[in-house]
Write a protein that binds this ligand. Structure first.
Ligand code: DGL
Length: 262
């Protein structure tokens, strides 16, 4: 199974994109809702949680790990890669490749949680791909709770977005990376506020394309996964009530969330 983990159910934007772009591969998803949010936690804590999540996925049939959470990917990807032998893909690299490829004026914005922005990983990877690029990052800590509350079209959300986006808009970026699991749900609000000429890069779609490319190039992993007939399963680490609606909204259908002690 393709193992995907996130700090909560926001990472289902990644699971949905993988399901769409890699149909026929069973997924096993783990959302660590007992410990969310990761975006405000220290690197040590995020690494410890990420290891625990990976162990859960591997013990339950994953043969490939996708870190869907930008906060975990920016902080724990290297630690996971050196600790485990299975392939570990992360949500960040594919978005940086796309951003560096599409920008015309080499001015790229990145929005994410505090942990993601603090790590500087988007800036490092984009400038490693193209040293001419300038990256303008903005932490947007209020956006995750607004999305989780379902405030996707409220006046307050629009006001807060305008406030977060205006410093990077002033930098005349032509590309903006949505560097958090929850932000694809705000796509329609972000586009008019950052400007219609700015290309938005949805990291969930980019990582799903990367998973597809990886499977096409890795016959061994592909063989293990494509022979599986199991259904996709979605696990969370706390009671499912409050997040069920968000999970269903992301997938556009009813998702059966299973609570586990992990
Ligand atoms: N999944 C996190 C991310 O993509 C957002 C929620 C959190 O802070 O845990 O950064």
């Amino acid at each position: 199974m393709i193992g995907i983990f996130d700090s909560g159910v926001g990472g289902m934007t990644v699971a949905r994109a993988i399901e769409h772009i890699c149909p026929g591969y069973p997924l096993i998803y783990f959302g660590d809702i007992a410990r969310t949010p990761y975006g405000s936690k220290s690197p040590e804590t995020i690494i410890e949680y990420s290891r625990r999540n990976t162990d859960f996925l591997l013990n339950n049939g994953a043969t490939l790990i996708v870190i869907a959470c930008n906060s975990a990917a920016s902080t724990a990807a290297d630690a996971l890669r050196s600790h485990y032998t299975v392939p570990v893909l992360d949500v960040i690299s594919p978005a940086t490749v796309k951003a560096a490829a599409v920008t015309k004026n080499q001015r790229i914005g990145v929005i994410g949680t505090r942990a993601t922005v603090r790590s500087g990983v988007y800036t490092d990877r984009i400038t490693a791909l193209n040293a001419q690029c300038r990256v303008f990052s903005q932490a947007c800590p209020l956006l995750v709770p607004l999305v989780e509350e379902g405030w996707l079209n409220k006046r307050e959300t629009k006001m807060i977005l305008r406030r977060y986006l205006s410093p990077i808009k002033r930098q005349q970026i032509d590309t903006l990376v949505l560097g958090c699991t929850h932000y694809p749900l705000l796509h329609k609000l972000i586009q008019p506020r950052i400007g219609k000429r700015v290309q938005l890069i949805d990291s969930s779609v980019e990582v799903a394309r990367h998973v597809k490319e990886f499977l096409d190039k890795s016959p061994e992993t592909n063989h293990k996964l494509s022979g599986q007939t199991t259904n996709s399963r979605f696990f969370v680490s706390d009671s499912t009530g409050p997040v069920r609606q968000l999970a269903n909204r992301i997938f556009g259908r009813t998702i059966h969330l299973e609570k586990v002690d992990a």
